[in-house]
Design a protein around this ligand. Sequence first.
Ligand code: AMP
Ligand code: ZN
Length: 461
Amino acid sequence: MPLKLYNTLTRKKEIFKPIKKNSVGLYTCGPTVYNYAHIGNLRTYIFEDILKRVLLYNKYKVKHVMNITDVGHLTSDSDTGQDKIEKASKKENKTAWQIAKFYTKAFLEDTKKLNILKPDITCKATDYIKEQIDLIKILEEKGYTYEIEDGIYFNTSKLKDYGKLAKLKIEELKEGARVDVVKGKKHHADFALWKFSKERRQMEWPSKYGIGFPGWHIECSAMSMKYLGETFDIHCGGIDHIPVHHTNEIAQTEAATGKKFVNYWLHGNFIVLKDDIKMAKSGENFITLKALEDQGYTPEDYRYLTLTANYRKPIMFSEEALEGAKNSLDKLTTKILEIKATTNESNGKTDKYEKLFEKAINDDLNTPKALAILWDLIKDQKVNNKTKYDLILNFDKIFGLNLKNIKKSLIPQEIKDLADKREKARKENNWDLADTIRDKITKKGYSIEDSNSGYKITKNV
Ligand code: AMP
Ligand code: ZN
């Protein structure tokens, strides 16, 4: 079953053909570490994790590189504003280095909780300043750069196909020029390769151009080429990377090498809130994994939610949606425990499920379909339980829901606390409150039965 992936470059689902026969070079743009990752960011990393797992399932050897942006990402994508890390450093009264270290650690902990496989190489921009300067020098030698008061800029008009990824038209870009454009820039789309330190910064380096720091895009070109070569297979990020970050990565890399940079570009869609509000690290609408855990959800509940939609579609996040995912996952794990604990004599065919599953995941990572196939398998009475269980674990190589390690389901503390509160309300004859709490417990997927000796909570299956 060939693996098909939707390539942003061609706007088509294409059969995936790696450069080297059995191995894949994969680069995923990592976080800017000035704050915690929000669940939107984490959805993008889950999508990339599914992609990697699908590649591994297809028996490819994957070399996965992810960067950590610890310098150069400004508050505006048009090379104006403050460096996000330096800004956070002032706000939190820590050094820029402490900020980057702290949020990198927090990010890696979140990805671990979400069962996201670790990249083979995790590289931070500040460790590769030399490589970035060397790349700028090549661009300078080839005549793609110019210097202005603000720094060294890339001249986008020197490239015939600038903007091909986003299908941008240079004329439109010029017309759309905004007021925050840097003084002296020749074209609106031109972008910074090296910015001069106008005042002393915590993160700055000497270079032949003067003391300064790299622009945001150059790090990904320099580090991906270092580890994956001048042309490699797959590059990913969120959809917001298409018009600026990835467009500029392509421009500067292809200008420097004269070769095609990446064969397949994959982009994950966003988590949105009600009324189409974007979740942004710098905005108010910011939900972290920890906040979900504090409300009694597990990282797997969130992971399950993201699997219920195709990665190219937005997900409208709400507590009800997460609650629904939690209930489904609870039902799933309960069923799996039953399957594990019982034997049956059936010997129906299972290869049909394997084939359907492979077809779904190889069809541009169709996780909602793959989940539906898992549920069909679980309900199929004709399949032997031992075989069924093995197949479930095999499918979980893609889902990453940790289905091998599920324990006998215990009643969560949150539900026990609610039941205690309800009992107290009953003793005080506060029947309205008791009923409201019972409804809450039911909504969370549990039932409560009263008896002379107290109450009993059971999980709804
Ligand atoms: P950042 O740390 O801001 O550089 O972003 C990290 C990753 O999260 C990038 O791949 C972004 O494209 C992605 N991203 C940002 N906001 C969202 C969102 N609301 N939903 C999904 N992905 C997002
Ligand atoms: Zn990047």
